[in-house]
Design a protein around this ligand. Structure first.
Ligand code: ATP
Length: 341
């Protein structure tokens, strides 16, 4: 029997509804398998800011530090003060966002199975913006060989182990940002030499955004810089049916945090209509990461049950409103729990 301590950021908007769904599914795993979880809910985001004067309270950070992994609901306006700080604090350098076709979802293509591996620590997200005069702002876009190399390594390893097309495409704009993206592209090219079994190519970001609409099924692993990855992964999520199905992982050397691709979606908050698949598929990614880190194959088998249950339900057209169904968040969650065991 293995027991894992999980920290769970409940978040804002639809965050509490989604994290309640994830908690229910993780508890179902605890009840029905030898993989057990102790879950500690923590506060972060707009509600935490209003209550404690800090979007990321110290107590939250302490509990996350003591946990084996963190699952996070979306946060609202204070997102940058939560997720960007956590990514930096734990050096979560790889943002991994799969986009996959699932049955009976209105989408551009039903044959997509790809993942965006986005560099998570540099680029414009360092927030280095300065006024050079009151009407002019300069923002620094940082690119290092070290960060480019480790994200490229992560992307090639991902392509090597996943059941995909064994392709990596480095997406950049080195024809314009010759130095920064030139360095990123040259580093990816160098890492590619170590993986002759993986087909390597490069694409400018404008072409990539077009090809994601035109030939989404051609993609396997995209490796790219922070801002481009943010945009392309949202696009990829929409290509396969929308943000409600989009999971994400923030991976570091020794810690990882899992969260839906989407934001707090205040327009549908509190209505019990949000699609919990994004956080449930994020939970599946968390179990895969735990399985790898703690050499616990059982954990990844339990994670696979989550995805299999979602696929089975979608196959029977049992789905939430955002993807053309009528089930509520809680109804869909209960059906997933029942389909798992
Ligand atoms: P952010 O700027 O933080 O990304 P946002 O409110 O602009 O947040 P999102 O919250 O990411 O945008 O989502 C955009 C829209 O997609 C939402 O307004 C909502 O209608 C829909 N949406 C997002 N997530 C879900 C979900 N899990 N289930 C159903 N609909 C969703």
């Amino acid at each position: 029997m293995a027991r894992y301590n999980l920290s769970l950021i409940t978040g804002d908007g639809i965050g509490p509804e989604l994290t309640a769904s994830a908690k229910k599914i993780l508890e179902a795993i605890s009840d029905n398998s030898s993989t057990k979880f102790s879950i500690t809910e923590v506060e972060a985001g707009d509600a935490a800011l209003a209550k404690h004067g800090k979007a990321l309270p110290d107590l939250t950070v302490d509990i996350i530090k003591k946990s084996d992994a963190c699952l996070k609901g979306p946060v609202g306006e204070s997102a940058a003060d939560v997720i960007i700080v956590l990514r930096r604090m734990f050096d979560l350098y790889a943002n991994v966002r799969p986009a996959k076709s699932y049955p009976n979802i209105p989408a551009l293509s039903d044959k997509v199975d790809m993942v965006t591996v986005r560099e998570n620590t540099e680029d414009l997200y360092l927030g280095l913006e300065f006024n050079v005069d009151p009407n002019t702002v300069v923002g620094l876009r940082v690119t290092s060989e070290r960060a480019s190399r480790r994200i490229a390594e992560y992307a090639f390893k991902t392509a090597a182990i996943r059941d995909g097309k064994r392709k990596v495409v480095a997406v950049h704009k080195a024809n314009v940002m010759r130095k920064g993206d030139g360095l990123f592209a040259a580093t990816c090219r160098d890492v590619a030499k170590k993986y002759p079994e993986i087909q390597y190519s490069e694409m400018y970001v404008d072409a990539a955004s077009m090809n994601l609409i035109r030939n989404p099924e051609d993609f396997d692993v995209i490796v790219t810089t922070n801002l481009f990855g943010d945009i392309l992964s949202d696009e990829a999520a929409q290509v396969v049916g929308g943000l409600g199905m989009g999971p994400a992982a923030n991976i570091g050397e020794s810690f990882a945090l899992f969260e839906p691709v989407h934001g707090a979606a205040f327009d549908i908050a509190g209505k019990n209509v949000a699609n919990p698949s994004s956080i449930l598929l994020s939970s599946k990614m968390m179990l895969e990461w735990i399985a790898d880190k703690y050499s616990d194959k059982k954990a990844s088998e339990e994670g696979k049950r989550i995805e299999d249950a979602i696929v089975r339900l979608l196959g029977q057209n049992k789905k939430t409103k955002d993807i053309g169904g009528s089930l509520t968040t809680t109804e869909f969650t209960d059906l997933v729990a029942r389909a798992m065991y």
